[in-house]
Write a protein that binds this ligand. Structure first.
Ligand code: HEC
Length: 201
């Protein structure tokens, strides 16, 4: 049989789109619920560890030194968790500084948009999550995202030009010539922790 790739993609998109609208309304079965709980715990621990390391580095070395927390520590912790759990754990942004690591895929972009809608209706970013079982040509997986709000302490590297000190701006310009992750205000959606757990078919 000749497989029409376009048709296949369209079907996949349809399945994804329908699960997307249904997610949250269906009571998950026990296995999925356990996986969601584990994703919740993992994402919260990841953010807590990052926040603690960032605070420590900012106090001891200042913002230029602390850049390595968002640059090196965050992907390293995410990578370690991924290897340990057999999941894909990443951090994505609504606007991206490092396109290689921080760029959300189509599903993640839709969830980020839905997070902003939920916030507009009064929900807080802390504690805002979304999960969904998705089917793709590579198999079935449980996808999960936990919102990351922008805190005042993020402004020194993600705020307006006036808020970012000259030496930090210079480092950012050299390291990230296509940096889009600036101009945030406290309370904005900065991005999300994104977790993908492969499921048995
Ligand atoms: C000292 C500077 C600095 C501070 C403070 C900082 N960041 Fe970052 N942030 C960076 C750098 C540098 C990157 C690029 C990381 C990379 O190369 O993957 C980044 C990337 C990110 C990303 C990944 C998406 C992207 O744009 O590439 C997220 C999400 C993020 N930061 C969130 C935060 C949040 C939330 C805070 C406040 C709690 C914060 N950052 C504070 C420097 C900083």
């Amino acid at each position: 049989m000749k497989i029409n790739v376009r048709g296949l993609l369209a079907v996949t998109a349809l399945i994804t789109a329908s699960t997307f609208t249904l997610a949250g309304n269906l009571a998950p079965d026990a296995d999925i619920q356990a996986r969601i709980d584990e994703a919740n715990t993992t994402a919260a621990a990841f953010l807590k560890q990052l926040g603690g390391t960032m605070k420590h580095e900012m106090q001891s070395g200042g913002p230029v030194a602390a850049m390595s927390v968002c640059r090196d520590a965050a992907p390293k912790i995410a990578n370690d968790i991924s290897l340990k759990k057999g999941w894909k754990v990443t951090r994505v942004g609504t606007r991206v500084r490092n396109p290689m690591l921080g760029m959300p895929d189509a599903w993640e972009q839709r969830v980020l948009q839905s997070f902003e809608k939920r916030a507009a209706q009064g929900e807080k970013y802390s504690g805002m999550t979304h999960y969904e079982v998705v089917e793709e040509p590579a198999g079935k997986s449980l996808r999960y995202m936990k919102a990351i709000g922008t805190a005042p302490q993020c402004m020194v590297c993600h705020g307006s030009t006036a808020q970012i000190a000259q030496p930090v701006r210079e480092r950012l310009n050299v390291m990230y010539p296509h940096d889009k992750a600036v101009g945030y205000k406290p309370g904005d959606l900065r991005g999300a922790v994104s977790i993908k757990q492969p499921l048995e078919d």
